[in-house]
Design a protein around this ligand. Structure first.
Ligand code: ARG
Length: 387
């Protein structure tokens, strides 16, 4: 029997996929990636077995996710279309990489995922798998199976006694990991409708956030956040802690129309408390320590880096090359940022770094001024001369 490794979430789609792949003649091995979605993995594992998986692999990928994916995107200031911090997009190449490894371990000849044919995630999974092992057969059950509606899928699940928890079914399509939440579908498909409060889980409404601001100090070393209020945090815990602090203050909600890879525009909502705090602080630290030309040169590269993540091109030469460049730029991105979080806002209100390029004696209009204003006359003459 041919073996397939299915990226399994425990939801209706991938549960039906187990049965469906079996009926197509495959032995199904379920692969569950823990990227901080907060599931009870023992339950998900049991569901996979009950549904017919011959074996289940559960891998804790949280640390790798933060250290190698989230922090790379942070250093690069990669934000898609100026708003999306890429939490979902970043998790895909990581999951795909481990899926390929599980396939090799199990001597499977195929891999499968539970993405639809309209989204970005199918592209990210399959492109990554294709790059890492082009010999693997790739199956996308949702693109080819016979069910037209969710109801038909539920019927199929009931007929085959697939233990899915349909009662907790929400009208939304939600993707969660440690770094953020993506919410779409349902009423959100009408771009005129304000997102209802019920879609949010990581953040309180800014209106209900405390009336007093929260101040935090965030310390970076070479572009990587290391300490909160002077206390060292391990990467995963740092993200969790910032999610908690940001979430309480209603920080990190995004409502946007985004351009999908497959050509359509879609309405997306995100929650990214930690990511919002980190990007805000990191960008402001770069403003303090990077020279003007580097700072300006890096900006379009950030956009390119974000596109590569969004487009599923993580494992490609340009992404590796940009990483090398970005890491070079981070050599002096070390310092402490003081942030004020208040009712959905997150702003830097203080900054310091031993590599600061800000020189008060040059900037000041006070007594300590050492800037020789007479030099400006010659500078301006030469500056304008070519024109
Ligand atoms: N639009 C985001 C992306 O392409 C999120 C996709 C997953 N969202 C979801 N609600 N299932 O990365």
């Amino acid at each position: 029997m041919k073996k397939v490794v299915l990226a399994y979430s425990g939801g209706l789609d991938t549960s039906c996929a187990i049965k469906w792949l079996q009926q197509k003649g495959y032995e199904v091995i379920a692969f569950i990636a823990d990227v901080g979605q907060g599931e009870i993995f023992a339950e998900v594992k049991e569901r996979a077995i009950k549904t017919g998986a011959s074996k289940v692999h559960v891998l804790d990928l949280k640390q790798e996710f933060v250290n190698n994916y989230v922090f790379s995107a942070l250093k690069a200031s990669a934000i898609y279309e100026n708003k999306y911090l890429l939490a979902t997009a970043l998790s895909r190449p990581l999951i795909a990489k481990h899926q390929v490894e599980v396939a090799h371990k199990e001597k499977a000849t195929a891999v499968a995922h539970g993405c639809t044919g309209k989204g970005n995630d199918q592209v990210r999974f399959e492109t990554t798998v294709k790059i890492l092992d082009p010999t693997l057969e790739q199956i996308a059950p949702l693109r080819i199976w016979e069910f037209k509606t969710r109801e038909e899928e539920i019927d199929y699940a009931q007929k085959h006694k697939i233990p899915v928890n349909v009662t907790k079914k929400s009208p939304y399509s939600i993707d969660i990991n440690l770094y953020g939440r993506s919410i779409e579908c349902g009423i959100l498909e009408n771009p005129w409708i304000e997102p209802p409060e019920e879609i949010y889980q990581m953040t309180v409404s800014p209106q209900k956030a405390p009336d007093k601001p929260t101040y935090i100090e965030l310390e970076f070393e070479k572009g990587i956040p290391k300490k909160i209020d002077g206390k060292v945090f391990e990467a995963v815990e740092l993200i969790q802690k910032l999610n908690e602090i940001g979430g309480k203050n209603g920080v990190g909600r995004v409502d946007m129309i985004e351009n999908r890879l497959v050509g359509i525009k879609s309405r997306e909502n995100y929650e990214n408390p930690a990511g919002t705090i980190l990007h805000t602080a990191h960008q402001e630290l770069e403003a303090l320590v990077l020279d003007r030309e580097t700072l300006h040169y890096k900006s379009p590269l950030s956009q390119k880096y974000a596109e590569l993540i969004y487009y599923g091109l993580w494992e490609t030469p340009l992404r590796y090359q940009l990483d090398e460049y970005v890491n070079k730029t981070q050599a002096m991105v070390t310092g402490t940022m003081r942030l004020k979080l208040y009712k959905g806002n997150c702003v830097v209100v203080g900054r310091k770094s031993k590599f600061s390029r800000y020189k008060e004696e040059l900037a000041t209009y006070g007594k300590k001024d050492v800037f020789d204003q007479k030099l400006a006359e010659g500078f301006i003459k030469l500056w304008g001369m070519p024109y």
